[in-house]
Design a protein around this ligand. Structure first.
Ligand SMILES: Nc1ncnc2c1ncn2[C@@H]1O[C@H](COP(=O)(O)OP(=O)(O)OP(=O)(O)O)[C@@H](O)[C@H]1O
Length: 207
């Protein structure tokens, strides 16, 4: 059998003296959409950041696409993390942000492609992100995901601030990524988790 997309084994992570993740293990296979559930402060965002290899656990191992997290090179371009709120350059327009982040990921795009992605998620062109509403920022993050075509998509409370249409687009994008890859998302919305996830992972009941 192929290696899992994500393999977190016996991970311990603390900030200062506070252990946030204690002996946590989770494997995610291709095609899965896993919803991380649990109360505020239980460590959902921390786990997403550990999987994204943005932070290292004190103990335990993280493997992505069958490789140790420390040995990832080109594979990093296959991973996308959408934070809550998503991070953008505020003084740049939506389309300029899309161009910048795809260029940074080593996949430059033409302006027309950026505008096409903006149109798909219903965003106007030519406006600085500083003037976007929080829902518009969520939509811009969706456009970025569409263009980046990640194989592993990590989403932190992606449904918040989105209206019904934005939420439908989000569900479609999650489905598109999961067809070839996998999605891990943190949410407090159990209805949303039931709608999109193939499996839930309850946090908070660890030792
Ligand atoms: N960089 C950091 N430095 C210090 N403490 C941190 C840091 N990041 C997270 N924490 C702490 O770790 C704990 C878990 O935080 P985390 O954001 O992972 O929880 P969460 O489950 O995503 O919460 P929420 O549902 O409120 O978004 C919290 O107590 C938080 O204060």
């Amino acid at each position: 059998m192929a290696d899992p997309f994500v393999e977190v084994q016996n991970v311990w992570k603390r900030f200062g003296r506070q252990w946030v993740l204690r002996d946590l293990s989770l494997a995610v296979e291709r095609g899965e959409v896993v919803a991380l559930l649990g109360p505020n402060g239980v460590g959902k965002t921390t786990l997403l950041r550990v999987i994204a290899t943005l932070i290292r656990p004190q103990r335990g191992t993280v493997r992505l696409f069958g490789k140790p997290a420390r040995a990832l090179e080109a594979e990093r371009g296959r991973i996308a993390l959408v934070a809550n709120p998503p991070a953008f350059y505020r003084h740049l327009s939506g389309e300029e942000n899309l161009e910048q982040s795809l260029a940074l990921a080593g996949r430059p795009i033409a302006r027309a492609e950026a505008l096409e992605a903006m149109a798909r998620v219903g965003l106007p062109e030519g406006r600085a992100v500083a003037a976007y509403s929080s829902g518009m920022r969520k939509r811009l993050a969706l456009a970025r995901t569409l263009l980046a075509r990640p194989q592993l998509l990590l989403l932190d409370e992606p449904e918040t601030a989105l209206d019904a249409g934005g939420r439908e687009e989000l569900v479609r994008v999650i489905g598109e990524v999961a067809r070839e890859g996998a999605v891990v998302l943190a949410t407090h919305d159990h209805g949303f988790a039931a709608e999109v996830a193939t499996r839930s992972f309850a946090m908070g009941a660890q030792a």
